[in-house]
Design a protein. Structure first.
Length: 135
């Protein structure tokens, strides 16, 4: 019996399919989900989400949010998420550099912008780690 996985961000549905398993980065460590998992609600951490389908592993970069497991349905509501195939290393590096440059002006930033820039740097780091591992 497969799992139904749906990953949604405020911008779009990033992933929706039936899968064999999913490993979610949470604030308390990675959680592996297989069919028949007990009900769960957990906070998602910045990191790598791994999906297994037809024996192959798909990697997604994910940033913050919540995951809910009910029966054989897994819903992930994330601040940011992107599949590996949509990651462009040059774009990621440029965005990370812009955020780092902007952080140098930390004394002039409001706290929300400072937190947002830090989040973008962490999310970019996760994406780069995924892309560079597959080389």
């Amino acid at each position: 019996m497969p799992l139904t996985l749906e990953i949604v961000t405020p911008e779009a549905r990033v992933y929706s399919d039936t899968v064999e398993s999913v490993v979610i980065p949470t604030t308390t460590g990675e959680v592996g989900i297989l069919p028949g998992h007990i009900p769960l609600l957990t906070q998602v951490e910045h990191g790598e989400l791994r999906v297994t389908k037809d024996g192959a592993t798909l990697l997604l970069a994910i940033s913050g949010g919540f995951a809910q497991v009910e029966g054989d349905r897994v819903h992930v509501l994330a601040e940011h998420a992107i599949t590996e195939e949509k990651m462009d290393e040059n774009v990621i590096e440029a965005a990370m550099k812009r955020a780092e440059e902007r952080l140098k002006e930390a004394a002039h930033l409001d706290p929300n912008e400072f937190e947002y820039l830090q989040e973008m740097i962490r999310f970019s780091g996760v994406q780069l780690a995924i892309k560079r591992r597959r080389r």
